[in-house]
Design a protein around this ligand. Structure first.
Ligand code: AMP
Ligand code: ZN
Ligand code: FE
Ligand code: FE
Length: 266
């Protein structure tokens, strides 16, 4: 029995609709999935049939700490929760003004791109860098999506604009208020384990250990931290659909036992 607890849809920066995600997961033999769109819970209200799959309500909220982008997954959240939805509205708005600033920076760099073109690529209400990257690709400014990040809009690249400084502690509070379990996503991208311990002190209850970019030694280290700190262990593909180099649904599977343990703790 296999599951995937980290999936993006067209309601953030994925390329598959929730229905397409479900159909793909079903074909891949998964029995449970979580929708974890960036700063959104919209996918949860926008699928027609679960095809017998267990759908776990989730989200992946954006925080910023020490000039690093930090992602916090929230599982079993109440998607109707007012605080959560208010918080998400703020994040959505901030993403639009950030998008405008990135477009301006690209223009300053001599690249012909408009906010309207970016908007046309946004399939939900979440404007993310992948949408800008897709415009750059469609216009032939770059040869592939990766290049858009490595030259222009990747972290620390000249046209990058960071998101607001919203701390992990605030994001954790919002998720808990909505009845969810806050889980630190892909800890490998933090670059050091010191921050993991800081976030545990701030209320993180789980660690995303099973993740495509984690090597064997990373997994061992994270499992040890999880054991010592009594954290929930989760995992998923972080699938963004069928574009670029992202891991596809079904190419990375997690044991159903992980979900059983999560439920025992929720
Ligand atoms: P944003 O939330 O707007 O900062 O965009 C973050 C998203 O951009 C991530 O979830 C990935 O989907 C994508 N992304 C970030 N860095 C890269 C990269 N170097 N290559 C490809 N995609 C990336
Ligand atoms: Zn993404
Ligand atoms: Fe993430
Ligand atoms: Fe993700």
């Amino acid at each position: 029995m296999w599951i995937d607890l980290h999936i993006h849809t067209t309601f953030s920066d994925g390329t598959l609709t929730p229905d397409e995600v479900i159909a793909t997961a079903k074909k891949s033999g998964l029995c449970a999935i979580a929708f974890t769109d960036h700063d959104s819970v919209d996918a949860l209200d926008n699928y027609t049939d679960s095809l017998g799959l267990e759908i776990i309500p989730g989200t992946e909220l954006s925080a910023r700490e020490e000039d690093k982008s930090v992602h916090v997954l929230g599982y079993f959240i109440d998607r109707k929760n007012e605080d959560l939805n208010g918080f998400i509205r703020t994040l959505k708005k901030a993403r639009v003004s950030r998008g405008e600033r990135m477009v301006e920076k690209l223009n300053d760099f001599g690249i012909d791109i408009t906010m309207d073109e970016v908007r046309e690529n946004v399939t939900g209400e979440i404007l993310g860098r992948p949408h800008i990257a897709r415009v750059l690709l469609n216009k032939g400014v770059v040869n592939n999506l990766q290049e858009a990040f490595s030259i222009y809009i990747g972290n620390d690249k000249p046209c990058y604009v960071p998101k607001p400084n919203i701390g992990v502690s605030q994001v954790v509070k919002v998720i808990k208020k909505a009845g969810g379990i806050p889980v630190l996503a892909h800890p490998i991208y933090l670059g050091n384990d010191r921050l993991i311990f800081k976030f545990i002190d701030e209320g993180i209850e789980g660690l995303e250990v099973w993740y495509p970019a984690h090597g064997e030694s990373d997994i061992e280290r994270y499992l040890k931290i999880a054991r010592e700190k009594n954290l929930i262990v989760t995992g998923g593909s972080d699938s963004h659909g069928n574009l670029g180099s992202y891991t596809r649904i079904g190419d990375f599977k997690v044991d159903y036992k992980v979900l059983v343990k999560m439920k025992l703790r929720s």
